[in-house]
Design a protein around this ligand. Structure first.
Ligand code: UDX
Length: 475
């Protein structure tokens, strides 16, 4: 049986690139020391900035000239804490160069592919960007003498690296994957908002390769990057590496849907608070305390997309992953539940003014992709409510998606003005600072649905307050 080889890297090796927190540059101008990254989106840019921060010369490649020009100015085209500072430094020290010219990859030893793999209509991943990037890279590599390693960092279903990518790479380069052309799968596990920290301190590195040469080159690169702090390196075949990424996101999403299920049960029992249940549950080391916060359901660019891709992949292999369908279904219904909670407080939502506090899929981001707030807003609109929303960062993105379907406020107080109900959709610090008197002073009637459970229910008991997973004494 073809069992994946599992190898945990020895971490005692001394750092080659830096020591005592200082960057010591070894032969950095040597072409052999540099990497290229194709796709300067979220993952590519964070990866490029952190590579450069560790003294590794990095060429960032993207087809979007506007994006490239912005990166050249040391300015990130997206919001991510620490990224701008890191990028400015990387560009200034010339350790990061941004270009639209894929041929620049030829001078580097390793090319990471970090282009997007969005969802197709049936949930399957769309490989068109990846295929184009591979074909372009392959043409360039056909002119290269010497070994080059290609690393798929984009999230792809099992079999993509050794299937579509390998096929296109071999065809366009005229070379065979093996002694002269390396190919690995190396998924990332970056979270929005903490991506830089995650890239600098990962809990593991997963390398999927077909041969020792490619795995060794990539491991060596990471050893240079992390020095004595090299995390465990799990070396396996490409298919297993690809599946690790999906398994990780499917597990986390399922954990969220699990606690939301418990919350919905708890909510029916007077005096029960899911927070207490989660606290006790999380102390069991087999369960762990993270990802047990009940709320309006998960959002973001990964969970829904990756679960749909995994479900679709399962179907294509003749297996129906019912658990993941339930995870997604529970998540979808959680937003409807938030709408029902508002309806219960108000009687009818028709022509009622509902204030949405928070649009981003989680705090400290301007990202509204798959955000629960959008599902809730759509549900409220269907019931005839007038929606006004405020978010410290995500209003421009929401305006692009929802245009003038709702109105927008400029601060947390003005969004409450004259509202019949307020729904807390994102756990922003500034919402956590609001007191019962703020709601009483500005709202028409202080009905509150705390979908993020950010308030102390005792403090809010004088108000018409409902929270996910909180079984009130007098529901
Ligand atoms: C996620 C994965 O964590 C990351 O490893 C992967 O690479 C990309 O997808 P991200 O999308 O940035 O990262 O968001 P994350 O912080 O994981 O949160 C996802 C969603 O789950 C958010 O909407 C969040 O509010 C929700 N969530 C998370 C909960 O509702 N409860 C929790 O306890 C944790």
């Amino acid at each position: 049986m073809n069992r994946p080889e599992k190898l945990v890297e020895n971490r005692t090796e001394s750092p080659r690139l830096y020591s005592s927190g200082q960057t010591r540059l070894y032969n950095l101008n040597r072409k052999s020391d540099s990497v290229s990254i194709v796709g300067m989106g979220y993952v590519g840019l964070c990866t490029a900035a952190t590579f450069a921060s560790r003294g590794i010369r990095t060429v960032g490649i993207d087809i979007d000239n506007e994006r490239v020009q912005q990166i050249r100015k040391g300015k990130a085209p997206l919001h991510e804490p620490q990224l701008d500072t890191m990028l400015r430094k990387a560009v200034k020290t010339k350790l990061l160069e941004a270009t639209t010219d894929t041929s620049r990859a030829i001078d580097t030893t390793t090319t990471f592919l970090t282009v997007g793999t969005p969802s197709g209509a049936d949930g399957s991943i769309d490989l068109s960007y990846l295929k184009t990037a591979v074909a372009d890279l392959g043409k360039i590599l056909s002119k290269k003498t010497g070994y080059h390693l290609v690393v798929v960092k984009s999230t792809v279903v099992p079999g993509t690296t050794n299937g579509a990518v390998k096929h296109s790479l071999e065809e366009s380069s005229g070379k065979n994957v093996g002694p002269e052309l390396g190919l690995c799968a190396n998924p990332e596990f970056l979270k929005e908002g903490t991506a830089i920290n995650d890239a600098l301190h990962p809990d593991k590195i997963v390398i999927g390769s077909n041969d020792k040469k490619s795995a060794n080159q990539l491991t060596k690169l990471y050893r240079r990057f992390y020095g004595s702090k090299l995390p465990p390196v799990i070396t396996t075949n490409p298919e297993s590496a690809e599946l690790v990424k999906y398994a990780s996101n499917a597990f986390l999403a399922t954990k969220v849907s699990f606690i939301n299920t418990i919350a919905n049960i708890a909510q029916q029992i007077p005096g029960v608070d899911v927070g207490t249940i989660a606290d006790a549950l999380g102390r069991d080391p087999r369960i762990g305390p993270l990802f047990l916060k009940a709320g309006p359901g998960y959002g973001g660019s990964c969970f829904h997309k990756d679960l749909q891709a995994l479900i679709n992949y399962g179907h294509n292999t003749g297996y129906d992953p019912t658990l993941f369908r339930a995870t997604e279904d529970t998540n979808e219904k959680q937003a409807i539940r938030v709408v029902s909670m508002a309806e219960k407080l108000l009687g009818s939502l028709s022509d009622k003014k509902v204030a949405i506090l928070g649009l981003a899929f989680k705090q400290d981001t301007d990202d509204i992709r798959e955000a629960a707030s959008i599902r809730v807003i759509n549900g409220l609109k269907k019931k005839g409510a007038q929606v006004i929303a405020y978010d410290p960062m995500a209003i421009p993105n929401t305006k692009r998606q929802l245009t003038n379907q709702i109105s927008y406020a400029e601060d947390p107080h003005s969004v409450l003005k004259g509202a019949d109900c307020a729904i807390i959709m994102t756990e922003w610090d500034q919402f956590q600072k609001l007191k019962p008197k703020d709601f009483q002073a500005f709202m028409n009637t202080p009905n509150i649905v705390d979908a993020r459970r950010i308030y102390d229910s005792d403090e809010f008991k004088e108000l018409n307050y409902a929270a996910i997973g909180l079984g009130r004494a007098n529901p």
